[in-house]
Design a protein around this ligand. Sequence first.
Ligand code: DGL
Length: 261
Amino acid sequence: MNSNLQRKRSIAVFDSGVGGISVLRELIKIMPNEDYIYMGDSKNAPYGTKSKEEVRKLTVSCAQNLFSQGAKGLVVACNTATSAAVRVLREMYPQVPIVGIEPAVKPAALCMEYPRVLVMATPMTIREEKFHHLMERYENDAEIIPLPCPGLMDFIERGDLDGEDLKSYLGDLLYSYSDNQMDAAVLGCTHYPFVRRQIQQVLGEHVRIFDGGEGTAREMRRRLGEKGLLQSEDRHGVIKFENSLTDVSRIELCRRLLALP
Ligand code: DGL
């Protein structure tokens, strides 16, 4: 393939909905010169309450679409889709940098001497083998408490980042872990960073909160660099948004989330 063409291609970022924007913003922070195609499958969201097979099928089909548009690499900016499909995608596209996201258990478990770590994620992520291995790896470093959060992503998909319903949902969900009982919390779903402040308020101000967005972005930069696929630094990248729900409000929500501080 012509190297000039290679330099022009975009980085694809995929999520079940708008949550992956929390990873896209980390990518843009460290690679503002790259072009991005952000694809959200909001029509089929949530993924986290589906079966692994269904999520795998949906993820593969979106990835095929993104590669047919000439993506030079793919960030699976969804913990759920990563556990269901990243291995299959790497087998299908062995030459292409494909980076998935997983709950940031490592930095949370190592942030102090034997912390109590709450891991918030979708039911599927927590059920999957990939997550069980991750927990086993750090079981001597921390007390790890997995907490499936069905329904939490729906607030973010609706653009409800601060409403009373969200507050009472979080109050009920986190009731047993509130008032600084935890040392750290992991946001193991890419939607959750958009309600980080609300989660912090319930868990307590001393709780350290981690998510995997920044590490994932760094890994993508490293993988693209290795293959000589990074853009030159003297340009500004372009971002294209796509969603399986075609109403414009979905794209507007993506832009709004990306613009949040
Ligand atoms: N954003 C996705 C994740 O990181 C999941 C949301 C969903 O259930 O679709 O796991």
